[in-house]
Write a protein that binds this ligand. Structure first.
Ligand code: COA
Length: 416
């Protein structure tokens, strides 16, 4: 099975999550990804939130599979020389250092371009170049606040809320991967590399574009008909937090199922989609609602949408979330159980598709990771373990033409 990115060599100068998520994806699809790490310590996630003493943390192993690890002190002349050689021989360099770090290291874009005009330099920063906050270092939750997610997530009577989904980190990495692949196709046409930059703020905002839609509707109309605030509550001049309301034209809510009193996840998400109204009425034993003018249009339902949800909850009271979905799916009603991480980890369908996959690590043994969410008809990405710190240093140096004597001198020069 050939993997489409075989032959593409990537210098992975990334750390934490945003950059590593991008390069991991490219490694799954066949790219030769060489992770450059500081001798002695490496990527900080190797030691963050460890569950086994002296073994790479899951934070690292789950974001760095299928890569090689090269330890290199790129602030020392010997390390810089190796990095220059690598740049001459590679297709892409990915980095997500703090603002200006690459320049301070002596590798501004102008220099990289001189060394290799075909090089694609891909960078993640918190804010885009020239933004009034472009000097800030940024982590996930900072980006969610800066990108409009926090102000629009949560309940109206609570504070701005962070999503557990890595909208700032992995999402930005995915945007960067699209940018890299686009630049690679562009290079095939022009023969030239280019710099690709993605900011975490922009990537979060891109996922929040329907909230910018809502801001403009609110400016014009003064209300948003699909929000729980309509028609009984108040709107200010900014998009409010809508709790668990559906973001489009389908009102929905998280509803209690049997056992919710003791199980914090005994819920389903229930969507009242317009065309599903008649099946919903039949499913919940309210056939008289189908043609009742109080209920038979979306507009008619909205003023008492929470009464409708309360009636559905009464129907759900003697059904588990799985039983409820099994009934509702027969009526073609869009819904899903609220699944826990434990349920997802053990889901046979996810194991079968490779979305949850078990990997063998040299030191930790087996662990679970999320495999490729992208499925191909002609390729099933094989997920291999993350590398130990410096595991491939000698191999990479030898491939760059270093003799064993030069390699051991380099080790001495970089000893920590
Ligand atoms: N050899 C020598 N020095 C190295 C090195 C290596 N192999 N790898 C990194 N360094 C140096 C850098 O050159 C930098 O040095 P300098 O600050 O003296 O110029 C230093 O390590 C620290 O880099 P920095 O990226 O600023 O780390 P940090 O721990 O202070 O900040 C972040 C971490 C994530 C906040 C910051 O990198 C950042 O804002 N990145 C951009 C946005 C981002 O990706 N956020 C994280 C998403 S998960």
């Amino acid at each position: 099975m050939t993997r489409p990115l075989e032959g593409i060599k990537i210098i992975d100068f990334t750390h934490v999550q945003a950059g590593p998520a991008c390069t991991q994806l490219l490694a799954w699809f066949g790219a030769d990804v060489i992770k450059v790490e500081r001798p002695g310590s490496g990527d900080v996630t190797r030691t963050q939130l460890r569950d086994i003493p002296n073994v790479d943390a899951l934070y690292f192993t789950m974001l760095n599979s299928n890569k090689k690890s090269l330890t290199l002190d790129t602030k020392k002349p010997e390390g810089k020389e190796v990095l220059e050689k690598l740049i001459r021989e590679s297709d892409v360099m990915v980095e997500n250092f703090g603002p200006g770090a690459l320049d301070r290291m002596g590798f501004p874009w102008e220099h990289i371009k001189e060394l290799n005009p075909k090089m694609i330099l891909a960078s993640v920063k918190g804010f885009s170049d020239g933004h009034h906050y472009d000097d800030l270092k940024v982590y996930e939750n900072v980006a969610q606040c800066a990108g409009g997610s926090a102000s629009t997530t949560g309940f109206w009577d609570g504070p701005p809320t962070i999503s557990a989904a890595a909208l700032g980190d992995s999402n930005t990495g995915m945007h960067l991967a699209i940018g890299i692949l686009t630049a690679l196709i562009g290079r095939d046409k022009t023969g030239k590399g280019q710099k690709v930059a993605v900011s975490m703020q922009d990537s979060v905002l891109n996922l929040c574009r329907v909230k910018l839609r809502d801001q403009q509707r609110l400016d014009r109309l003064g209300y948003l008909e699909e929000y729980p605030q309509y028609p009984h509550g108040e709107f200010s001049d900014v998009v409010p937090r809508g709790g668990n309301a559906g973001g489009g034209g389908q009102p929905g809510w998280v509803l209690k199922c049997k056992g919710w009193e003791t199980d914090p996840n005994a819920y389903i998400y229930f969507t009242i989609q317009g065309h599903a109204w008649a099946p919903i009425c039949k499913a919940i034993g309210k056939p008289e609602w189908i043609d009742d003018p109080k209920y038979n249009t979306a507009q008619a339902r909205q003023p008492h949408i929470f009464d409708i949800f309360a009636t559905i909850e009464t129907w759900l009271a003697d059904k588990t979330k799985f039983e409820a979905v099994d009934i509702l799916r027969k009526f073609d009603i869009p819904c899903a159980p609220v699944l826990t991480m434990k349920e997802l980890a053990n889901d046979p369908s996810l194991r079968e598709s490779g979305t949850i996959t078990e990997v063998q690590h040299k030191e930790r043994g087996p662990y679970l990771t999320v495999g490729s969410p992208i499925k191909f008809s002609d390729m099933k990405p094989e997920i291999t373990a993350s590398p130990l710190l410096g595991e491939h240093t000698d191999e990479v140096l030898a491939s760059l033409g270093y003799s064993s004597e030069q390699i051991s001198k380099l080790h001495d020069a970089q000893a920590v």
